[in-house]
Design a protein around this ligand. Sequence first.
Ligand code: PLP
Length: 445
Amino acid sequence: MMHETLIKLIKDNIAVNNLPDVEWLLSYINSDCKHGDPILLSIGENWSDVPFELNQLLIKAPSYTHGYLLSMYGLPRLRTILRDYIIKTHNLLDFNECDFEVGVSWTGTRSAMFDYGRYLIEKTQHFGNTTPLVLATIPGWDYSGIFEPLGYKMRYLHLYPELGFEPSFTEFEDVVQSINRSPNENLAVIIINAQHNPTGVNWNLTFVREVIKKGLSIGANFLIDDAYYSIHDPGIKVTSTLKILLEEFMEKPKYSIKCNWMAVRSLGKQFSCNGWSLGAITAKSETLKILVNKFRVQHQFNCLGMLQYAMADWLENSVSEEYTIQQCNAYQQKKICVKNLITSIYASPNEKYYIGECTSYVLFSIPKIYSKQGKGVSKFIHDCFFHTGVMFSSVMPSSRNVKSPMKLDYVRMFIGVDLTILQEAFKRMKLAGITYDMPEILDSV
Ligand SMILES: Cc1ncc(COP(=O)(O)O)c(C=O)c1O
């Protein structure tokens, strides 16, 4: 039961974090889960799906893996396996002449991004005292939480439902031009999250290539976030930003020397083990060397070797490949069913939800009546939860109280739980009278 897991994770005599969700969950659990076990579709986690075989591998880890590991690149065995894995899955066999190296991240790719932000500040000598800007998308993952505390400011490309949440190269060019006209600003980092959280859009290859070409020509740096690279509908052509970047370097080697870049690939989503915090960091060999030996060692030693050892075994075993295929098939099946639930039970018009081809998320619009309210999205998430026990999240989830720079009346729904749970969620919503066209907002509780 979810509430039993949640009690272990959030019940404490201090506020365990800043998320309002946690307060709501505790209050719901304390009043005996009135509408049934909480159904958490807000954060991308279910705490129950780590593959059995991967879990079993943990106990095989030899004793040396419990000490500090000496290589700051990661356990050598996992690092080399991961390097081959990146080459294989991004189809990089023909890129021997390109300068790139792969390291392990063992405390989340988020922390690798923080190190990269610090690395860039030092490498560019504070961007010549201009304000460094980070270009990301809205909606999008919380990159501002990493970069703003370092002194960067955010700029956004807007993803509109009417345009199928596809990013626009015209808008990108406009943003670049406006930054160029501003003498005190500098386009410091372009973030490319081509399997996009939260929209589930697999970004168009041409768009990604054009952004990279333009970015290289103006001396921008890149952060490639491949957190969902392996979570996509079977049969689609997944855009590999890493490969496109290396292709551009092959074509114009001078950029390979000038450009700073880092690509991260979290393994937590692909293998349902977010808490293991493992992933790959790919960068130019000199960049990686400085990242791991200077910036990373400022806040961590190489540890969690038992997880790294088990992950090495897992990646070497064909079961991991079968698991990935199974996951992709299951997500596709669930998306078909969820689409049906959204249109038939929630009665959403066709243009008011979005089911992409990658990631574990689906977006749908809040009821029309909530859109008319000032705080429509957060009020809807709150009311829906207290009337059903089902929790969705905003499309810009963050544990800080940040005001979204774009009004978008959508919520994000995590679909990495059993289909029966998703069906139950919609059943409860129906029972509470929650549909796209509901005439009144729900009573306050
Ligand atoms: C788009 C995206 N990037 C990066 C991450 C960070 O993953 P981790 O730090 O666990 O590697 C997440 C996690 O939710 C994510 O959704």
